[in-house]
Design a protein around this ligand. Structure first.
Ligand code: ATP
Length: 232
């Protein structure tokens, strides 16, 4: 579904990504793990057209998307849950959801808000409250539900565990797993290697802008390098 070949992204002279090859098949959940500054966010921004890669090709369903604008990618079935959630704190929970469906008609938007919030009862209970009043975990749920408003075929998530307690991290990953089990293809990046590897079918390891390892969940959990560097 999503194929990345020989991707390189620079910020001026700074090389953030080099020689990146990643393949996500329909129905898979794939993660990219890596430490601070490894290039995880840059990878997702390169895919979503927020930064322009210097080299390489990215295809979605076999068609190149390198120069495709972000809003058009949303229309083609790919959405991003950004790092730090980025909910609109002074808008209601419901209005945050409606904004995620900006490509839809008003009627469709309300129907989709009902549908995308269904797995998250807390969002329905607090639909009229300002989103900034939600806890970090609840805001993460809202950011995910907002991204589901356009029924993406593939959902990208940037550090879904960021700033959350272990219990909430688990709850967020359980929801991601639920979406995956219901047919959404997932590509996520996270520093939390244990969760990201455990909840996904396959994972890649990114270090200083390069992929240094890849494998199935079982292969990576048993890898000495991954155990020593990421799992403690
Ligand atoms: P974190 O987990 O801290 O968000 P990350 O793995 O997502 O890290 P990126 O944010 O992609 O890493 O950053 C990769 C590299 O690119 C880092 O060296 C970072 O300093 C650099 N970088 C990121 N954004 C910019 C920018 N706008 N201008 C210059 N350098 C940048």
């Amino acid at each position: 579904m999503l194929n990345i070949k020989n991707l390189a992204t620079y910020y001026g002279q700074i090389c953030a990504l080099e020689k990146i090859n990643i393949n996500v098949k329909e129905g898979e959940a794939v993660s990219v793990i890596g430490a601070n500054g490894a290039g995880k966010s840059t990878l997702l921004k390169s895919i979503m057209g927020e930064v322009r890669p210097r080299n390489g090709t990215i295809t979605l369903d076999g068609k190149p998307i390198n120069n495709t604008r972000t809003y058009k990618l949303v229309g083609r079935g790919m959405t991003l849950v950004p790092e730090g959630r980025q909910v609109f704190p002074y808008l209601s929970v419901w209005d945050n959801l409606l904004l995620g469906g900006y490509t839809l008609s008003l009627k469709e938007r309300n129907n989709m808000a009902e549908e995308s919030s269904a797995p998250f009862p807390i969002l329905r209970e607090r639909k009229n409250q300002m989103a900034g009043l939600l806890s970090g975990g609840e805001q993460q749920m809202l950011a995910i539900a907002r991204a589901m408003m356009t029924k993406p075929k593939i959902l990208l998530l940037d550090e879904p565990s960021m700033g959350l307690s272990p219990k909430l991290v688990y709850e967020v990953y359980e929801k991601i797993d639920e979406l995956h089990q219901n047919g959404t293809t997932i590509l996520l990046v996270d520093q939390n290697a244990e969760m990201a590897i455990n909840f996904c079918d396959r994972a890649y390891v990114l270090m200083a802008g390069r992929l240094v390892s890849e494998g199935t969940k079982e292969e990576l959990m048993n890898s000495k390098v991954v155990q020593a560097s990421y799992l403690g």
